[in-house]
Design a binder for this molecule. Structure first.
Ligand code: MSP
Length: 512
């Protein structure tokens, strides 16, 4: 039986177009999904859009269109094209305005109500529309500039709105002990460690019940037993992970796909590792496999965001460096789980040293030599033992890195082969061996070892740089699709075929 790997991105707010912070999240999830698929796991990657709530309703109004028109427009012109631009191989795309989502949300709510976890009560809270979240005093910071003297949201730097309503509540407060037990029993449920600690600390301080409906606006999913209320946007958004997979309507499909692993930014880890598991406990569904909270892309030391006008659009980068370099850069340059500052200089430097000079140059040199010295046929000989060991170790290291969500380390393991081969070529100097007939066997072993290493690296880099890895694979004589090669056995591949020519994979980029 193949292992199940269902992996999700958060669903993105469509109040604006995507920036590279969203793209980062999307690419990381895609790399994990592609990696597992290439291992032969029963993989399912879900992504989508979060379309209800006040933030989107207000944006639509400011643009003079209905919320539905606005979300349709943004999904079609920005969010779906972003997946194509970034070469994301998602299996599904859910919109919270989809009928399947609305149906599943209603079923879930009815079940929670029947189980006694929902009640009606009075409420007063302080709401950040940017976060679509009620905040506690601990979440706020002193305002600056026009908000000097006021407390503001730490993420959006704007004051909160006071909400006073009679709402429906979820009995979140009853789940504190069970949540703490979950974090203890399954230490790898919330990762990385600092996010787990933060979540644990938050729960330890005590949970209050959660207001899960609003009745002062109507852009949302109606509460099934009281149509004067719409469901709180976060409460319904979290349900996308199950409404996409047949919850309540197709139990067989649901059993196959659930539970899932959630890849989210650390800012929304609390929703995924506190509220969401409590909802799962209340409804009697299995708890998610993992919640991984990755870091932020920073600009000037702050989270990159459109609302602060620090957003860079992915195509600004892909137009210059190409999609594979985009994917590679963000996956290798930032330790997954930590924050990272984006800079054009760093991107440019790594692109040229690691991709153009490192990988691209190695491949073109080796292939040229196989043409020149072996008539284009990879010699069918024993490869050097130290190269074989290096590749075997790199595969093992990458495999455990991916299991631990250390994507950067997985990429590094693949690139360690490239780095070593570049040194190995210089040491072995095949062009010198070629001048001596007595060294024919040695020359064959050196070239075969290089081809082996490049082929294995192509297999391991396929989840990160699908297009370039395929070109590399074909160039070294690999057959068929590189993504069809079992990644955990990349070290077993031996090139014996005919090399072709390698197109320029990473052409030099002149800085503007
Ligand atoms: N709609 C909610 C998620 C609901 S999931 C049930 C939401 N949407 S969002 O569009 O604001 O953010 C989507 C994801 O993008 C989040 O994981 C967030 O952390 C991530 N990022 C937004 N800006 C980011 C950076 N600057 N850096 C890294 N990730 C960033 O929250």
């Amino acid at each position: 039986m193949p292992e199940r790997f269902t992996v999700t991105t958060p669903i993105y707010y469509v109040n604006d177009v995507p920036h590279i912070g969203h793209a980062y999240n999307e690419v990381a999830t895609d790399v994990l999904a592609r990696w597992h698929r290439q291992r032969g796991d029963d993989t399912w990657m879900l992504t989508g859009t979060d379309e209800h709530g006040q933030k989107i309703m207000r944006t639509a109004a400011a643009n003079g269109v209905s919320p539905q028109e606005w979300t349709d427009r943004l999904v079609e012109t920005a969010w779906i094209p972003q997946l194509e631009l970034l070469d994301i191989a998602n299996d599904d795309f859910i919109r919270t305005t989809d009928e399947r989502h609305k149906v599943g949300v209603r079923i879930f709510l009815e079940r929670l109500k029947e189980a006694g976890y929902i009640y009606h009560g009075e409420f007063e809270g302080h709401y950040c529309v940017g976060c679509e979240e009620y905040k506690t005093p601990g979440d706020l910071v002193p305002g600056t500039g026009e908000f000097e003297g006021q407390q503001v949201c730490a993420i959006h730097s704007r004051p909160l709105e006071t909400v006073r309503e009679a709402n429906y509540f979820f009995k979140l407060s009853e789940f504190g002990d069970r949540l703490l037990a979950l974090y203890d029993e399954r230490p790898d449920y919330v990762q990385p460690e600092h996010v787990r600690n933060e979540v644990r600390q938050f729960v330890k301080q005590g949970l209050t019940d959660l207001s899960i409906s609003r009745n002062t606006f109507d852009w949302g999913i109606k509460v099934p037993w009281d149509e004067t209320h719409v469901v709180y946007v976060w409460f319904e958004a979290l349900l996308n992970y199950i409404t996409a997979n047949g919850y309540g309507v197709d139990e067989e499909r649901f059993a196959r796909r659930w539970p899932a692993t959630h890849i989210v930014g650390k800012d929304i880890a609390r929703f995924h590792a506190v509220i969401w598991p409590a909802m799962q406990m209340a409804a009697g569904i299995e708890i998610s496999d993992h919640v991984f909270g990755h870091g932020w892309l920073l600009v000037g030391g702050e989270k990159m965001s459109k609302s602060k006008a620090t957003g860079i659009e992915p195509k600004q980068i892909t137009e210059v460096f190409g999609v594979d370099a985009f994917r590679y850069y963000f996956m290798s340059a930032i330790a997954f789980g930590s924050d990272g500052s984006f800079s054009w200089e760093d991107l440019d430097a790594r692109y040229h040293s690691e991709l153009a000079n490192g990988l691209g140059n190695l491949a073109s040199r080796v292939i040229a030599m196989v043409h020149k010295y072996c008539d284009g046929v990879v010699p069918d000989v024993e490869i050097d033992a130290d190269i074989a060991t290096l590749v075997t170790d790199a595969v093992a290291r990458a495999e455990s890195a991916i299991d631990a969500f250390q994507i950067h380390d997985g990429v590094d393991a693949a690139m360690s082969i490239v780095e070593r081969l570049n040194g190995y070529i210089t040491e072995q100097a095949p062009w010198v061996l070629a001048k001596d007939v007595a060294q024919r066997e040695r020359l064959a072993a050196v070239l075969a070892s290089n081809v082996h290493g490049i082929g294995a690296a192509a297999i391991m880099l396929a989840p990160v740089m699908p297009g370039s890895a395929q070109k590399l694979w074909t160039a070294v004589g690999g057959e068929g699709e590189v993504a069809a090669q079992p990644i955990q056995r990349a070290h077993e591949w031996r090139g014996t075929g005919r090399v072709t020519t390698v197109p320029p994979l990473f052409p030099r980029v002149e800085q503007a």
